[in-house]
Design a protein around this ligand. Sequence first.
Ligand SMILES: [Fe+2]
Ligand SMILES: [Fe+2]
Length: 169
Amino acid sequence: MKEIERIIRVDHAGERGAIGIYSAQLIVARVLYKDLVPVLEAMLLHEREHYATFNRLLNSRRIRHCYGLGLWAFGGAVLGTLTALLGRNAIWVCTNSIETTVLHHLEWQLVFLNKHDAEAYAAVLSIKSDEEEHREMGRSNGKESFLYKPIFWLVQRSTEFAIWLSTKL
Ligand SMILES: [Fe+2]
Ligand SMILES: [Fe+2]
């Protein structure tokens, strides 16, 4: 079914974006915020596993990946670098914003896949608890500041836009 292919393809691309973000933040953190390195490494490891999960699913079903994959990687790296340079708080706002947006999508995907595709459902479900953990990290570490809301909004809009674009590419 086209909708199922689209879901797997978008999630696969999204994980590529997440890898880009956390990799870039990690590079900055190694210089500026050494204490954040272990936790960013842990999140990056999760995203690599998520990416591998969807990659296996794409390959086993011979579904093509999103044509915007490189764009996700690049956009993620830009977003990760910018937020990390804005400060450690911006890293957490960015994490909270992205994972909140992602989880919102996972919810409806799970409802849909539960009715139509057990294997894809299991794949999406398998990443959910990690993403909830990431969102929680973002929420509990991000401090309220005048930059919080604009960054949250901007990251959310970019994520929504990237997701929308990926359904077309
Ligand atoms: Fe992920
Ligand atoms: Fe995540």
